[in-house]
Design a protein around this ligand. Structure first.
Ligand code: KIV
Ligand code: ZN
Length: 554
């Protein structure tokens, strides 16, 4: 319906292409292991994403395996999806045969799959990165797209750095890509340089001036270096784009990508401004955001639109007064539309298992197994003993800490510390090793956290460098739950990965998180989480390499 009329308006579908697992994972430190990628892909399917770019298969054997398993295990899923169709699983490839073969080998297991190939078109990239001229660029695009199309009916081409490319040259390249068989043309503002007017103009110019433009879907891919990614994307949609490339929480290279939740909620909340509609289940937004934040170790800023902790908090007295009179005074979206619990009920130590389960269901955690529920309930009781009221934020922290954790290769049993201004910080820790044996050790440190980490290192003996350590209070008050996020890098030469765009070999960083009312315990849990993640990734890589070697020998 238009704003002022009852005449229904036929809207186009806006295709939501999520690249959290590819461009998002390129954010420094956002490394995910295969199980985490699978879990996120399943959540993207529940959310209603149309296309899931699952990774860059040639980057490493582990990346290939993750895309292949997503294609095989998540590719067929249709449960809860509005259009009843499964997601398309896409794999990224540079414009060469080897990359394209690898991408196809990984995605072909999904019932619906896509090869996404790209080549830079701006003079800056042609001259300084690729060292080729415009003619060679066009030839390479034709070769790559037609090769991809010989393998797969669904081929996307992206002219990297389109935002700084000559529009006339772009139209020539894209016309050739259409002739060679591309079915989607994606226009990346790779370095987040354009403004909404420019980007909207560029999309319209390309649609109007590219030969065969009516045969393809036009897409946007905006980076957020100037904080304009969402505005640019929406300008693209108003000018004819019908696919948007986005990530959960806007994670991605440098300042990130356009965030899925912002574009979806803009279209949802202001339908009169956009000629499109999406098939996204908006009530899954918060859950997707929390999962991605926990697994990538990238906290969401409190004032982040839609998913930030303060996005629906109305603290200023005047606002609260208005909200009590009528919520529309200061609220343009209902919290429950994005999956925030509608009930303001707080739980305390007398709340039973049934109340806890009902509350979790209202928060969107409606598919926990009995075992998971028991585990979460035990944690809840322990916290309720220490805090008078347990809020949704506390419960989110428990869920994140319990369930969004890597496989436990080493298990933390307990940690004890003694410290103070007249004492040398000393820690004792007990761990269970991968074979089930308990090992105990102690260490002295510059402070209690340092002592705990040194004691853990003495037992686990996996050299690594701590690159980041962040403590955050989940709620206000002296009895708040503290959440610790840390990042570590291996020191044993494991874990290099190729960045698809710069070609640089970057060392993987592993994040871990832990939550407790005791921040030393939270710090120990976070460290164990990061260590387990790093060890699991190294084991995964070794297993994939071993399988490949065995296959070659056969
Ligand atoms: O930002 C970019 O240009 C990309 C391409 C690979 C699509 O991520
Ligand atoms: Zn990008």
């Amino acid at each position: 319906m238009t704003e002022n009329s009852d005449v229904p308006v036929q809207k186009d579908k806006l295709i939501v292409f999520d690249t959290t697992l590819r461009d998002g994972e390129q954010s420094p430190g956002a490394t995910l292991n295969i199980e985490e990628k699978l879990e996120i892909a399943r959540q993207l399917s529940r959310l209603g994403v149309d296309i899931c770019e699952a990774g860059f298969p040639i980057a490493s054997p582990g990346d290939f395996e993750a895309v292949r398993r997503i294609a095989e295990e998540v590719g067929p899923l249709t449960e809860g999806r509005k259009d009843g169709k499964p997601m398309v699983i896409a794999g990224l490839a540079r414009a060469n045969q080897q990359d394209i073969d690898r991408a196809y080998e990984a995605v072909k297991f999904a019932p619906r799959h896509r090869i996404h190939t790209f080549l830079a078109t701006s003079d800056i990239h042609l001259k300084h990165k690729l060292k080729i001229d415009r003619e060679e660029c066009v030839e390479q695009v034709i070769k790559a797209v037609s090769y991809a199309r010989s393998l797969c009916d669904d081929v996307e081409f992206s002219p990297e750095d389109a935002g700084r490319s000559d529009p006339e040259f772009l139209a020539v390249v894209l016309g050739e890509a259409i002739k060679a068989g591309a079915t989607t043309l994606n226009i990346p503002d790779t370095v987040g340089y354009t403004t909404p007017e420019e980007f909207g103009w560029l999309i319209k110019y390309l649609i109007d001036n590219t030969l065969g433009s009516d045969k393809v879907i036009w897409s946007t891919h905006c980076h957020n270096d100037l904080g304009l990614a969402t505005a640019n994307t929406l300008a693209g949609v108003r000018n004819g784009a019908r696919q948007v490339e986005v990530t959960i929480n806007g994670i991605g290279e440098r300042a990130g990508n356009t965030s899925l939740e912002e574009v979806v909620m803009a279209v949802h909340t202001r339908p009169q401004n956009f000629p499109v509609e999406v098939d996204i289940d908006t009530t899954q937004i918060i859950r997707s955001s929390r999962m991605v934040s926990a697994y990538t170790g990238m906290p969401v800023q409190p004032n982040k639109a839609i998913v930030g902790a303060n996005a629906f908090a109305h603290e200023a007295g005047i606002h609260q007064d208005g909200m009590l009179k009528h919520h529309t005074t200061y609220e343009i979206m209902r919290p429950e539309t994005v999956g925030l619990s509608a009930s303001a009920l707080v739980l305390g130590k007398h709340s039973g298992r049934h109340a806890f389960r009902t509350h979790l269901e209202a928060m969107g955690y409606d598919n926990l197994s009995e075992e998971d529920l028991n585990q979460a309930f035990k944690r809840f009781k322990r916290i309720a003993d220490k805090k008078k009221v347990v809020t949704d934020a506390d419960i989110e922290a428990i869920i994140t800490d319990e369930f969004y954790q890597p496989k436990e290769i080493w298990k933390l049993n307990y940690v004890q510390v003694s410290c103070g201004d007249q004492l040398r910080a000393t820690a004792t820790v007990s761990l269970t090793d991968p074979n089930g044996a308990e090992l105990v050790d102690a260490a002295i440190g510059t402070g209690p956290v340092d002592a705990v980490y040194k004691a853990i290192n003495r037992i686990v003996e996996v050299p690594n460098t701590l690159t980041e350590f962040v403590v955050q209070a989940v709620t206000e008050g002296i009895d708040a739950i503290g959440e610790v996020t840390i990042r570590i890098q291996p020191e044993n030469g494991h874990g290099y990965i190729t960045n698809p765009q710069t070609g640089a070999q970057v060392i993987r960083t592993y994040s871990g998180h832990g939550a407790s009312t005791d921040i030393i315990v939270a710090s120990a849990r976070a460290y164990m989480s990061a260590l387990n993640k790093m060890l699991a990734a190294q084991q995964e890589e070794a297993a994939v390499v071993h399988t490949k070697a065995t296959e070659t020998v056969k």
